[in-house]
Write a protein that binds this ligand. Sequence first.
Ligand code: TXA
Ligand code: MG
Length: 343
Amino acid sequence: METKRWNVNVNKSNDKAAIEEAAALLKDGETVAFPTETVYGLGADATNENAVAKIFAAKGRPQDNPLIAHVATKAQLKRLVDDIPPYAEKLMDLFSPGPITYILPTNGTCSENVTAGLSTVGVRIPDHPVARELLKTCDIPIAAPSANVSGKPSPTLANHVWEDLQGKISGLLDAGATGVGVESTVLDCTQDIPIILRPGGVTKEQLEEVVGTVIVDPALANKNASPKAPGMKYRHYSPEVPMWLVKGSVERVQQLIDDEREKGIKIGVLASSQTSAKLEVEEIYPLGDNIHEIAAHLYDGLRKYKQGDVDLIICEAFSDSGIGQAVMNRLQKAATEYIVEGN
Ligand code: TXA
Ligand code: MG
């Protein structure tokens, strides 16, 4: 299959033509990758079972992992679900469009393979000009998981999508780097108290300011429990080589690097810019000065080190408050070892 690639910036009129072409492919039952404010998504018509099946095939995604339906407006969102509780309405008014997905009872509009047979569906209004223009133009709900091969880090650059899915999808709208860098917060809104099934771009602190108590799915912190979001149980975000996540002083990280280097192990490091400046190592990717920059560069960092170039990634652990909760959730899934100084 030939994958068509368009460079887009919605403010240019000739890019409207690219978005129209992409929308036509989607309406025709084909798959197109597009940017959102979190990561690139791989879209297909959420009401068309055959189209949705193409997403699972291209990604190699397990069939029991449901997809998020993306829409342009709250009115469209409400056409897919039943029983929106007042707290969810409140959250929608404040955070949508934005990096949050609401899990609500499905009314059956999305096809069975979007919901993986569950009685609920995830719905989200992305906040990216290209995504919004695309969704408005096709005027159908678009099912879209992250546009990566299953198990690999999500794509925050069009080149990440190209690397994984070129030849397996019909199109790719390239609008450069996405913004937030980690995926949307998945929030179960079917209970009296909302439950975070996946930490993401809207933080627990932000949600609690609006609705009071918010629960975090306890399975996220317990390796033996089974999480409520089916996708959270799979190994995910895996770099090509083993990765140690290290919580400790710069001296401790340096010591681990030196010990491994002595054994002939080639090391690649991921760390904040401040830590990077203090470490002595050949291969290092400074992720940024603050947790927002770190989130934005995280998946590019996890994709940077290829087999053959380095043998082991050593990654600094960050504080898990605010968006750090999403960053640390992804890093703990990506890591083969979590080393805590003093343990
Ligand atoms: O930021 C995002 O959310 C990106 C962009 C493209 O919108 N999408 C994304 O989709 O991350 P995906 O498929 O990679 O992750 C969706 C997560 C999975 O963990 C899935 O199991 C969970 O949401 N999910 C989807 N529908 C669900 C449902 N009805 N009940 C529980 N969990 C659900
Ligand atoms: Mg994903």
